[in-house]
Design a protein around this ligand. Structure first.
Ligand SMILES: [Zn+2]
Length: 299
């Protein structure tokens, strides 16, 4: 083994604090769960490698307001809509608005059809998601809806239009910025790792009481520890890339094969996007040169 490869092998991954939390195993999340008086979560039936147990749709509203906001309606699926309707009726609430964290289809597909169904407007950062009768959200806005206040927190990184929503209890609905299990993908070329890290910091500075992710279980025990882990995880990936490039120039595909060897191959296309996003950051910092024939260290 070369010195550089030995150095790569010795890099220790950060410990995921959630490992000790006893979170529900994959496939074991309840379909409908009241997380706190303000929030009920309904799990959509679209599980996959990328969506984990499925997309989490959240109903947010003050108890007794008889109103609720839907955050991330998810797939336009009749079974999912029936469950959302049942959860609304359990809360004695009608849907007064649909908020969307980002334009990816697993979050946004049902937005416009369900807006029609509920007679409620869509609000999102992307005008195409909000639709012709919707509302384009601005960073830092405070929305007064369903008897409560919802803060619009810009969280670009996973993709360009990503928003999180901070609710009055102090919990933050984080979409795909932070997931209930594993780590999020920084898409490439749309996503941006520098923006992603700044967005992690922005959520960190809110001192969230809980993180409610777009996929996977709610993170209530120590949200700050998860945000720290996400930041250190990105630093770890960067160190791995730099250690491999110290050895030799590598094509991106080789970096992915080596770094993500312990991860199922089905996730490699997503891993390649995160790797390219990391390389774009390192290239902007003047540390690597990315070319068709391979990636090499600069200097
Ligand atoms: Zn998603």
């Amino acid at each position: 083994m070369s010195d550089a490869r030995a150095e790569f092998a010795e890099l220790a991954p950060p410990t995921d604090p959630r490992g000790a939390w006893g979170l529900p195993a994959p496939g074991q999340m309840p379909v409908t769960l009241a997380l706190e008086p303000l929030v009920t979560r309904v799990l959509a039936p679209n599980p996959s490698g990328m969506t984990l147990d499925g997309t989490n749709t959240y109903l947010v509203g003050a108890p007794g307001s008889a109103q609720a906001v839907l955050v991330d309606p998810g797939p336009d699926d009749p079974a999912h809509l029936a469950r959302v309707n049942a959860a609304l009726s359990d809360r004695g609430a009608r849907c007064v608005a649909i908020l969307v964290t980002h334009h990816h289809w697993d979050h946004a597909e049902a937005a416009l059809p369900w807006a029609e169904h509920f007679g409620a407007p869509v609000a999102a950062a992307d005008p195409a998601v909000a639709g012709p009768r919707g509302r384009v959200l601005q960073p830092g806005e405070q929305l007064r809806l369903a008897g409560t206040s919802i803060g619009v927190v810009p969280t670009p990184g996973h993709c360009g239009d990503h928003l999180a929503f901070r609710i009055e209890s102090g919990a933050v609905l984080v979409g795909d910025h932070v997931l209930g299990r594993g780590t999020s993908v920084v898409t490439h070329p749309e996503g941006d790792l520098v923006a992603y890290l700044e967005s992690l910091r922005r959520v960190y500075d809110l001192g969230p009481s809980a993180l409610y992710p777009g996929h996977g279980p709610e993170l209530t025990q120590d949200p700050i520890a998860v945000l720290d882990f996400y930041r250190v995880h990105r630093e770890f990936r960067e160190q791995q890339i730099l250690a491999l490039l110290t050895e030799a120039a590598h094509p991106v595909s080789a970096l992915v094969e080596i770094i993500y060897a312990p991860v199922p191959r089905v996730l490699w296309p997503a891993a390649e996007q995160s790797t390219r996003a990391a390389l774009a950051k390192l290239e902007r910092q003047g540390r690597v040169h990315v070319a068709r024939e391979g990636v090499r260290l600069v200097g």
